[in-house]
Design a protein around this ligand. Structure first.
Ligand SMILES: Cc1cc2nc3c(=O)[nH]c(=O)nc-3n(C[C@H](O)[C@H](O)[C@H](O)COP(=O)(O)OP(=O)(O)OC[C@H]3O[C@@H](n4cnc5c(N)ncnc54)[C@H](O)[C@@H]3O)c2cc1C
Length: 332
């Protein structure tokens, strides 16, 4: 059974009655529904329900402000249609999925620790792994409400291998379940791919990649895609971490490390350590390193929201990089 969703002002699409959310149903139908995080954090998928009934999955989702709630706004990533509905939202081509998202089941084949609180999880699906470097999937760890977004750290492949670099966050329920309750051989629902902070192969510029913490997953994926697609272009990678023991990029890249320019910036390495690399925040390291190459670079970044804000301030406000050259995911 399907529910018919009408867009006020024209347009219609069908969403399966088993569909998890309006947003995912819209994207599966190929509609360019505005969105970013898919997990209730960013608020970009706000819409108005004009007619019909929808269930709200997470009423307290931080993506809606009190003002939004007073005005009757809803989040498409937290709304499930209960019948035919009419909604008000303005779809845009830039949000149209680059690869159609699919619901799959993944078996955990391997888990490898990278640092004290970060590990790479390797899942296998029966279907080929279809995505563009830099995208993410939604996983449903056992025993928690909702889904969690994790970015793929590998490249698309026919073997159905999906790799995710996951950080166990302090007090985090979903990431704790990933580390404690998901064992080798267990299955998990995987829905994807999603996201538009993906590699733009055709962009004729050098590639600058910046990661904070577990944001390294999509950055490894894009770095691998970039060195394969554009051998003549420079690929610069900046990894921000607290201490040397928290760095993962060299381990994840292995042999390919020598094919990129790599800078690590440590914000909390002990003053007496023999670390001779950059200290401070990663955006400061980017600013020092780029020289006059702001105009000739395409920027991709992923990590905690404060890092993203600092980079937007640096790139857009201070270095006047056009916003269409910035591609990023805030890890809410
Ligand atoms: C686009 C994107 C890509 C990401 N990629 C990665 C990655 O590659 N690696 C990584 O380690 N982290 C990644 N994250 C962060 C990750 O999704 C989780 O937020 C993080 O693991 C913390 O989750 P937690 O359950 O441990 O923490 P918690 O604090 O328990 O949960 C926070 C997360 O769960 C959601 N949530 C909380 N309560 C509910 C509820 N009642 N109903 C529905 N949803 C709820 C929130 O929106 C938030 O996403 C990404 C986030 C986004 C948005």
């Amino acid at each position: 059974m399907t529910h018919r969703i009408r867009l006020e002002g024209g347009g219609v699409f069908d969403v399966s009655a088993e569909e998890d959310t309006l947003l995912r149903g819209a994207l599966r139908a190929g509609v360019g529904f505005p969105h970013d995080c898919n997990v209730g954090g960013c608020g970009n998928c706000r819409f108005d329900l004009v007619d019909g009934e929808m269930e709200t999955l997470w009423p307290e989702a931080p993506g809606l402000s009190d003002r939004d709630r007073r005005r009757g706004k809803r989040l498409a990533c937290q709304s499930r249609p209960l019948g035919d509905c009419t909604i008000r939202v303005r779809p845009a081509d830039e949000y149209r999925p680059v690869a159609p998202p699919r619901r799959m089941t993944g078996v955990l084949r391997r888990r490898a620790a990278l640092t004290a609180d970060i590990a790479e999880f390797v899942f296998e699906t029966a279907e080929p792994a279809r995505f563009v470097a830099g995208q993410y999937a939604l996983l449903r760890p056992p025993g928690v409400e909702g889904v969690r977004a994790y970015s793929m750290s590998n490249l698309a492949n026919d073997a159905g291998e999906w790799r995710f670099v996951v950080r166990r966050t302090p007090q985090g329920r979903g990431s704790a379940a990933m580390f404690e309750d998901v064992r080798i051989g267990d299955t998990l629902a995987i829905d994807g791919p999603y996201g538009h902070a993906h590699f733009r192969e055709g962009a004729p510029r050098d590639v600058v990649l910046i990661a904070g913490g577990s944001g390294i997953g999509p950055i490894v994926s894009i770095a691998r895609a970039a060195i394969r697609a554009t051998p003549s272009r420079r690929v610069l990678v900046f990894e921000g971490a607290r201490t040397r023991a928290d760095l993962c990029f060299p381990t994840l890249m292995g042999e390919d490390l020598r094919r990129v320019g790599y800078t690590a910036a440590l914000s909390a390495e002990a003053a007496g350590s023999d670390w001779s690399g950059a200290r401070g925040f990663v955006h400061e390291a980017v600013e020092r390193a780029l020289g006059d190459r702001w105009e000739t670079s395409e920027f991709y970044f992923a990590g905690p929201p404060p890092m993203i804000e600092a980079l937007i301030d640096l790139l857009v406000m201070r270095r006047t990089v056009p916003t269409d050259r910035l591609h990023y995911d805030r890890f809410f």
